[in-house]
Every structure is written in structure tokens, then in C-alpha cells.
Design a protein around this ligand. Structure first.
Ligand code: MN
Ligand code: MN
Length: 476
């Protein structure tokens, strides 16, 4: 066999790994950067699940979407674009397709919530002439990431007279911020050096520095705590008891930034999973008349197991589907709802871990996602032998692969880490229980679950194009 023949066979047989930036012309490259400017804006305005939900609703309304819960007759089939909100933090958008819903929808499901520090229900106290606030972390964090970092507070408080008060402090450059202190290296040796990381960084030590000017004179007790509470009362009318019925989140105050000399990456808090939120939102808004009904689902509570009435384990999707059947004058019986669900196809839109040049050892290089190599299909997630994963079928992965190849989407596949290294899950299995096909699909990130997660702008754009191609599919 001569060398030319060898090369030809190799070219035919081997799978091609494609770096997105190698395959973009000048115009496409400009398109990538333009798209990501808007994505950064979205990240900056979506620091919490509630804020992200608001952004989605605003964008949908601007494009003529109608609140499905305001449609009270079954004669609304002329309305093609609808949205549904549950408790201000679980959202769905739908564009009614040409085919009846009973033949299934094309769904993309992402999550709005990100790991963070929530204020406890009795948060305010004082210690050593300072006002402080206790937090309880939400989701999988590495606790040391949250030390010595400027933090903003975003929250919703229900007062005793049932008023809703929204607060945002620390987002504007002129705002004050809050912070969790860290130990100086000079004194850290003895108490930290030989300890396990879980002993060194403890959840009960994630307390926010919140003030240091007391109220009243030095004869009084609790005057630093009162100093903090008094400011909150003057500005928002809040009392200590109001924290009981409040959700106040401490999140990184920094805005999304370009990373690298070439500005090819984005560094930001909350890209898991707002990168999939934004790309699926834009894909849906760019899908005016699909064959199958196109639905974007934005869930809450994924980071704590998709629990609760706003998570993917809730009945939100069934409720939406029966609403969609109803407004289109179709049968809303249980059988029709089941068929609409089982005939649907779903991309579970979530991030994967990109192989890290400094921590290659936790990945298996042949099957790890890499930054810049396009949208990543993740056939299974889970831990210890795929446990807890929904594991997409060969048929469905094949179908998505065909859609992507036909539409020139640059894609890759990836596992979350080496076998038995750890693992994780997504909303996939909570949608698969309806019988629909589900595949995890989204960009890969570096420093996932940190306050500064890194994405490749090229991957973000490919994810958007991939989702759009999926929505446009006729299901044949
Ligand atoms: Mn996620
Ligand atoms: Mn996550």
C-alpha cells in the first residue's frame, strides 16, 4: 500500500475533530463575536433565576409572544407564539408548529439556576464590631471560590403585609458589595495546611461582611447588627422577621468579560446553565414557523436535583402541553397528553466539562469535550457505571447527528470525566420519564461551577446554530 492510498483510507475512516475557528469564514467569525456581545449582556442582566426569567419574558413579549394563561378559550389557534411562567422562575416558550401537537414537539430544556450563596432565614448578626450575614450555599460549589470575592445581593422579600420587595445591591459599579473573608497565608499554616479541603472550608464560615458603623452609643448592645437592620429598614422598610419569607442570593458582582488576547472566550458567573438558556432562547425566537411545535423550557432548581414545584421533576411540562392542546382546540384528555409527550424529542440543554490543560488527569482524553470544538453531545451522564443517567438511544443520537451534519453544525461528544472519577446529572432523566427521546447537548466549559466559568465564543455560537437546526427538524 502506497502512502497516498494509506492517507486516503485514513481520511475516509477516521472521525474528524474540528476546531470551530478553523472552519469559519470572515463573515461567520464576525457573526460569532456579535452574537456573544448580546450573550454577555444577557448574562449581566440574569444573575439569578428570577432575573433570567424576566429577561426571557421581556424578549418573548417583544417578539409578540402571548401569555398562555391569559387565553381562556379553546379557539385561540390563530395565536402561534405563547409563553408560560410559573412562580416567576420557571418559564416556557412555544411556537405552534404545522403538525398537530399529538405528533410530538421539539423541546429544548435548560435551567435558569446557578450555584450561589443564599442568605439564611435568620441571617443578620454581629461579631467583633461588624455586621454580618449568614449564608447557606445552593448547589455544588467549591467553598474556597467564594472567599475574598466582591458579591452582589439579589433578592425578593415578602413583607408581613404581603408586599413584594425586590432588592439588587452590588451590581452597579457605584454600589457597595459584600464579601466573605479569607485567612491570610501568614497565619493559615497551622490550622489549614495539613487538613482535608472539606475541613478547611466550611459552609458555616461563608458569612458576609455587611457593615461596621454601629447604631447608638457604645453603651448599647447589638448596635452593629442594628446598624445593618436600620439601613435595610430606611431603604426598603424591612425588619428582621422579613428575612423569613425572603430569597436573597449572594452572587459574584463582576460582569461577563472577554478572556484572552484574542477575546475568543467569555468568563462569567452563571454560564451553567445560562449559556444554554440564551442560545435556546435565541434559537426559538429565530424559529418563526416550524413543522413540529418548538418549545424552549427553562427550569429552576436543577442544581439541587430538579426538586420542588419549579424544577424539572414538577408537572410544569404536562401543564404546558395540556394548555397547548387546549388553546388549539385539540383533545386534552390524558391519552392525547401522553401521546404528545411520548412523541416529542428533547435536547437536555446543559453544559459539559471541557478538558482542562492543568487537570487532564480527571478526563479520558479520547472521550472528553474540548473547548472550541463545537456543541457537545453527551450520550449519558451519571456516576459509577452511568448510574442516575437516562442514556440516550443510539437511534436518537443518530438522528441528532444527522441533523447537525446536514446543517453543517460543528459538534463533538464528551463524557463528564474519567470512569469512577466523579460525575453528575442533568434534567434529561426527568423528561425521559415521559417516554420522549432525550439527549444532553450544550457547550463545554472550563472552571464549571466557579464564579468565573469559561466558554468558547465559537462553541456558544455553534450551540445556537445546533439548537436552531433541531427546532427546524420535521421529525421524519
Ligand atoms: Mn447545568
Ligand atoms: Mn451545574
Amino acid at each position: 500500500m502506497d502512502n497516498t492510498q494509506f492517507k486516503k483510507i485514513k481520511k475516509t475512516l477516521f472521525k474528524k475533530e474540528r476546531l470551530v475557528f478553523d472552519h469559519l469564514n470572515k463573515n461567520q467569525k464576525a457573526g460569532v463575536f456579535k452574537f456573544n456581545e448580546q450573550y454577555k449582556q444577557f448574562l449581566n442582566q440574569s444573575k439569578t433565576e428570577r432575573k433570567a426569567a424576566l429577561q426571557i419574558i421581556q424578549a418573548a413579549k417583544a417578539k409578540g409572544f402571548v401569555d398562555i394563561d391569559t387565553l381562556t378559550t379553546n379557539q385561540s389557534s390563530h395565536i402561534k407564539k405563547v409563553y408560560k411562567v410559573f412562580q416567576g422562575r420557571c418559564v416556557a416558550l412555544a411556537v405552534i408548529g404545522k403538525e398537530p401537537l399529538i405528533s410530538g414537539a421539539n423541546l429544548i430544556a435548560s435551567h435558569l439556576d446557578s450555584p450561589r450563596l443564599d442568605l439564611k432565614q435568620n441571617p443578620v448578626y454581629e461579631d467583633l464590631s461588624m455586621g454580618l450575614m449568614k449564608t447557606h450555599y445552593y448547589g455544588g460549589i467549591r467553598k474556597y471560590h467564594w472567599l475574598a470575592l466582591p458579591l452582589a445581593l439579589h433578592g425578593t422579600i415578602i413583607t408581613s403585609d404581603n408586599k413584594t420587595i425586590d432588592i439588587t445591591i452590588g451590581d452597579h459599579p457605584d454600589d457597595p458589595v459584600f464579601t466573605v473573608t479569607d485567612l491570610l497565608p501568614h497565619l493559615a499554616g497551622k490550622i489549614q495546611a495539613d487538613k482535608k479541603i472539606s475541613d478547611v472550608f466550611q459552609g458555616e464560615k461563608l458569612n458576609l461582611i455587611s457593615g461596621s458603623i454601629p447604631l447608638g452609643n457604645d453603651k448599647e448592645k447589638d448596635r452593629f447588627k442594628l446598624g445593618v437592620l436600620n439601613l435595610l429598614y430606611e431603604k426598603y422598610g424591612l425588619t428582621e422577621e422579613d428575612f423569613i419569607s425572603a430569597e436573597i442570593e449572594a452572587v459574584p458582582a463582576e460582569k461577563a468579560r472577554d478572556v484572552g488576547f484574542d477575546r475568543s472566550m467569555i468568563g462569567s458567573y452563571g454560564q451553567d446553565d445560562r449559556v444554554c438558556v440564551y442560545t435556546s432562547l435565541e434559537a426559538l425566537l429565530d424559529t418563526p414557523s416550524p413543522h413540529k411545535t418548538a418549545i424552549a423550557l427553562f427550569f429552576d432548581k436543577e442544581e439541587i436535583g430538579s426538586e420542588g414545584n419549579s424544577g424539572a421533576k414538577s408537572s410544569f411540562l404536562e401543564d404546558l402541553m395540556s394548555d397547548l392542546l387546549f388553546i388549539n382546540g385539540q383533545d386534552t384528555g390524558n391519552r392525547s397528553l401522553r401521546k404528545a409527550l411520548i412523541n416529542s424529542s428533547c435536547l437536555s440543554a446543559d453544559v459539559n466539562a471541557a478538558m482542562d490543560p492543568d487537570f487532564k488527569e480527571v478526563h479520558e482524553a479520547m472521550n472528553a469535550a474540548k473547548l472550541g470544538f463545537g456543541v457537545c453531545m453527551t450520550k449519558f451522564t451519571g456516576v459509577a457505571g452511568k448510574s442516575g443517567s437516562s442514556d440516550a438511544s443510539a437511534e436518537f443520537v443518530g438522528k441528532i447527528r444527522q441533523i447537525f451534519n446536514t446543517n453543517k453544525i460543528i459538534w463533538q461528544t464528551g463524557e463528564l470525566g474519567k470512569i469512577d472519577q466523579g460525575g453528575g446529572g442533568t434534567v434529561a432523566k426527568f423528561l425521559a420519564k415521559f417516554g420522549m427521546n432525550v439527549l444532553d447537548c450544550g457547550p463545554a466549559l472550563l472552571s464549571m461551577h466557579s464564579p468565573f466559568e469559561i466558554s468558547s465564543k465559537a462553541d456558544v455560537y455553534m450551540t445556537f446554530l445546533g439548537y436552531k437546526a433541531f427546532y427546524a427538524d420535521n421529525g421524519k
